[in-house]
Ligand binder design. Structure first.
Ligand SMILES: Cc1ncc(COP(=O)(O)O)c(C=O)c1O
Length: 417
């Protein structure tokens, strides 16, 4: 499954040497493996297919919204999990049919809800009673009935980083699960709403099965209660969250282990099970390739200063996330470096005390596991351009996003009055 490997001491992606891409594309750039994305989708979706009567795998577009990648997954049969009107248009444009799109988010605007209703997407995952009232008005005035699921907050501790845990009572997401029956009664009476599903998502980067199991149990329990109330629940959306190994010591769950638990708990519910994986499908498929600007010797440490910064990959600064840093060319004596970016923030650090072969200005490194929440969370901070993205497959590669130019960055600015 691993499409990144060393050959003759040089990092390759399939048949292509990373150095070859770096001669043609300005660094830093994201480099993705098409094969890895396809393998991952097949592993996930195949594990579901083998165990469940009916399911849909909706790629969480927020994790990587490059249209070439969304389009690649569309061709594999993926649907999309979206969280904004922009992602809805992007998913459609990338080839995902409306009847495979599910829409979550606590702050959907009237305009976004109208777009979703008019497009006729599969599910609007409603996150509050207030949102449901607005959605009903919009659907009625458009002469439509929106297929909805209530996102319930199951009050489960996902045992992940605080900033990506979403299923505890104190989080803003969903509605307290104990209110589900009351709300579905209201939904059933609303002319513009067709309550057909339940939705949960407890967090991202989960490495243990127990929080998933607890969540699935809660979803099954709610489905049974609602059915007893006469609500025709036909889908249970269990969100995303399947984690990946960022550190060598991380033990990620396999899609088979995850699906075994899903089918054991939800398989008998006579519902379509909807999954929203993001990170699992694309994180390991991408690296951020960066060039050493200089090696800076300080009193007690050596800094490896890269041309990639926290604006390109914010996860270490934002979540204290660990990403492996690999040399693009092996060889040379080991040295210890603090690997940092050029951004004017002390938090612009990719890793401390990392062992790498001796490096000099111009050498290349690859920051691993950067395919999810990497380019998607990049910014222009320090007035730095969004970097290029490249997709490699076998012996070929293609630029799937050009690096921003200065003109691109200034395009929508205007002089002061
Ligand atoms: C509602 C929802 N679904 C799916 C995902 C994707 O999660 P992951 O990338 O961990 O699979 C997220 C991400 O936080 C989310 O908020």
């Amino acid at each position: 499954m691993n499409h990144f490997h060393y050959r003759d001491g040089k990092l390759h992606i399939d048949e292509t040497a990373v150095e070859t891409v770096a001669r043609a594309v300005p660094t830093p750039f994201y480099l993705y493996s098409q094969g890895e994305i396809v393998d991952r989708f097949r592993a996930f979706d195949g594990a579901a297919k083998r165990r469940l009567k009916s399911h849909l795998t909706c790629f969480a577009v927020k994790s990587n919204f490059n249209p070439a990648i969304v389009g690649l997954l569309a061709k594999q049969g993926a649907g999309a999990d979206i969280v904004s009107g922009g992602e809805l248009l992007l998913a459609l444009k990338s080839g995902i049919p409306a009847d495979k799109i599910v829409y979550s988010g606590v702050g959907k605007t009237a305009e976004e809800l109208k777009l979703a209703v008019e497009t006729g997407i599969k599910r609007i995952n409603v996150e509050s009673a207030e949102e449901a009232v607005l959605l009903n008005e919009i659907a009625v005035s458009s002469g439509k009935k929106a297929d909805i699921a209530l996102r319930v907050n199951p009050d489960v501790d996902a045992r992940t980083h605080d900033k990506i845990a979403t299923g505890r009572a104190e989080n803003k997401f969903g509605v307290d699960w104990t209110r589900a029956r009351e709300l579905y009664r209201d939904f059933s009476a609303a002319a513009g709403l067709n309550p057909v599903g339940i939705d949960v998502h407890v967090g991202s980067q989960l490495l243990e099965i127990e929080p998933f199991a607890e969540t699935f149990e809660r979803a099954a329990q709610i489905a049974r209660l609602l059915r007893a109330d006469g609500v025709a629940i036909s889908s249970i959306d269990v969100g995303g969250g399947l984690g990946v190994a960022y550190k060598p010591a991380d033990a990620a769950l396999s899609p088979d282990a995850y699906m075994e638990t899903a089918s054991r708990i939800l398989g008998g519910e006579d519902c379509e099970i909807i999954f929203e994986p993001g990170r699992f499908l694309v994180a390991d498929a991408g690296v951020l390739v960066s060039r050493v600007v200089r090696v800076k010797q300080a009193r007690d440490r050596r800094f490896l200063v890269l041309d990639a910064g926290m604006n390109d990959l914010v996860r270490p600064a934002m979540y204290d996330a660990w990403h492996n840093v690999l040399p693009v060319r092996q060889g040379g004596e080991d040295r210890i470096y603090d690997v940092v970016g050029p951004v004017c923030e002390s938090g612009d650090v990719f890793g401390k005390a990392r062992v790498l072969p001796e490096m000099k200005a111009g050498d290349l490194v690859a920051i691993e596991t950067a395919g999810a929440y990497g380019a998607a969370m990049a910014s222009n901070y320090n007035f730095r351009p969004l970097c290029a993205e490249v997709l490699a497959n076998g012996g070929d590669y293609a630029v799937i996003r050009e690096r921003q130019s200065m003109d691109d960055m200034l395009k929508n600015t205007r002089p002061a009055p």
